[in-house]
Ligand binder design. Structure first.
Ligand code: URP
Ligand code: ZN
Ligand code: ZN
Length: 484
């Protein structure tokens, strides 16, 4: 067999185990995995380092307007470059529908934006306006081109669909084999807290954390799960930030729900104290759900180690700390007027490796599952997330021993800060490949604009998740099939 590239002399780590071996790559795909492989036009010496599937970043806001119209600082070029430096070979950002917009228009817009990416990409579709035409005409067209996940919001007035709107989406998604992702926070609890704080003149960034109580997330996670169970639809809870929310996920998964979830490094590395930095510095740490306390960090690590979460994702939502981003509404505004979100696409995996693997909280195999393999299964990336013959040669070679301090320059993004600045971390992705092409090598970008490809995805993999049959929602017995 002839190979374009052979990666040799490394320890191959998969979600199931690790072994010394070589990888042969032909036409962008893995064509052989064996103890020893000769040949190869190019031979890459892994030098005993860890050879793992390239990361799949499944939660990132790239070239996306927020619901209130603030554009992210990163587009598909800078966002994908930053992702690549962070050990990712592909990503699935959001394509966001604004109210009144057709899904076809949304996808045409994001196709033009995505064309700049240096790594492979797909989209989750954010639905804010589930009209009949969207539900029964436009979404099926999106599925047909492999967009098999969409996200809904239970918060933000311009995005919140209400329980009925969510049920409509969940039912259509289930019918097509798609998965619904949800940002779960109780909108009315948050608005009520906002009014109380405003009445007392409490507007500093630190009150953002007070305004979005842990109970608001726990209530909404529980409600989202019950809504999904009513129609037996798969559900993915994004950015879980509370111990109580994680515990609900764990319990419902144990009971067989078609349920998936993620948490994010910011909830592990930072706390609400960061919102109380001097002046308006705290604005850099405003994200939703908000940062919590040290006790939450410990609980979330426990859930990561015990398997409650499929993935640790970045929720990269890059708004610069200037008038283009965080302070679009003015430099000194009350916290509800400051853009929500923080960057982290380049730090997600180095942080997870350092605090997870190096500190002994998770195994290297769990790192692979949490960074790549599980996202591929959940979101139907059938050619990605595994090192096996036939898969795309999306590979990252990690040096587990290099220690460094996180700096903003390391992020290679379009931002003006990183919330992880100054953290000491160990482990670096030295070589990152996408479909057999080296995109980053030893801190140098090797990829060029537009070389990433859009990939369509398969339905969610529901093996091992029996789901739940609500007797009242038996379409045959009770009200006939309502699905078109
Ligand atoms: O604060 C955040 N996370 N901003 C991005 C949008 C979202 O809710 O995921
Ligand atoms: Zn969200
Ligand atoms: Zn997000």
């Amino acid at each position: 067999m002839s190979f374009d590239t052979v990666i040799h002399g490394g320890t191959i780590v998969t979600a199931d185990g690790q072994f010394r071996g070589d990888i042969g790559i032909t036409d962008g795909r893995i064509s052989a995995v064996a103890e020893v492989l000769d040949g190869g036009v190019e031979r890459v010496d892994a030098g005993g380092r860890l050879v793992m599937p390239g990361g799949i970043e499944a939660h990132a806001h790239i070239a996306q307007e927020s619901s209130s119209g603030v554009m992210t600082a990163d587009d598909y070029l800078s966002g994908s470059v930053s992702a690549a430096f962070g050990g990712n070979s592909s990503f699935i950002p959001f394509a966001a529908q604004q109210r009144g917009q057709s899904v076809d228009d949304v996808l045409a817009t994001y196709d033009a934006r995505g064309a700049r990416s240096v790594i492979d990409y797909s989209y989750h579709l954010i639905i804010s306006d589930p009209t009949e035409a969207v539900l029964h005409d436009q979404l099926p067209r999106a599925f047909a081109r492999g967009i098999t996940s969409f996200k809904v919001f239970m918060t933000y007035d311009l995005m919140n669909l209400g329980d009925g709107g969510m049920l409509d989406i969940l039912e259509v998604a289930r019918h097509h084999g798609a998965i619904t992702m949800v940002h779960a926070e109780n909108n009315d609890m948050v608005k009520w807290m906002n009014r109380r704080l405003a009445d007392k003149g409490l507007t500093a960034p630190k009150y953002h954390a007070i305004s979005r109580p842990q109970l608001a997330e726990e209530e909404a996670i529980n409600r989202a799960i019950q809504l999904a169970k009513l129609v037996d639809a798969p559900l993915f809870i994004v950015h879980v930030s509370t111990a109580g929310g994680a515990e609900i996920v764990r319990r419902e998964k144990f009971n067989g729900a078609k349920l998936f979830a993620e948490t994010c490094p910011q909830y592990l590395a930072l706390t609400r104290d960061d919102l109380d930095r001097p002046g308006m510095e705290g604005a850099k740490y405003i994200c939703s759900p908000p940062l919590r306390g040290h006790d939450t960090q410990e609980a979330l690590w426990h859930h990561i180690a015990m398997g409650t979460f499929e993935s640790v994702s970045s929720d990269h939502a890059p708004y610069r700390a200037d008038a283009t981003g965080k302070f679009l509404n003015g430099p000194d505004v009350a916290y509800p007027k400051i853009a929500n979100g923080m960057p982290g696409i380049a730090t997600r995996l180095p942080y997870l490796f350092s605090e997870g693997v190096v500190k002994g909280r998770i195994t290297p195999e769990q790192f692979v599952a949490l960074s790549s393999t599980n996202a591929a299964k959940t979101f139907g990336c059938t050619t990605k997330g595994r090192i096996a013959p036939g898969m795309d040669a999306d590979i990252a070679i990690w040096n587990p021993d290099v220690a460094r301090t996180v700096t903003h320059a390391d992020q290679h993004d379009n931002m003006d800060y990183t919330p992880f600045d100054g953290m000491e971390i160990t482990g670096v992705p030295e070589v990152v490949m996408n479909r057999g092409r080296t995109i980053v090598a030893h801190g140098v970008l090797k990829a060029s604009e537009g070389q990433g490809r859009f990939f369509g995805r398969a339905p969610v993999d529901l093996r091992g998740k029996p789901g739940f049959t609500a007797p009242e929602f038996d379409t045959a017995q009770n009200f006939g099939s309502v699905l078109r």
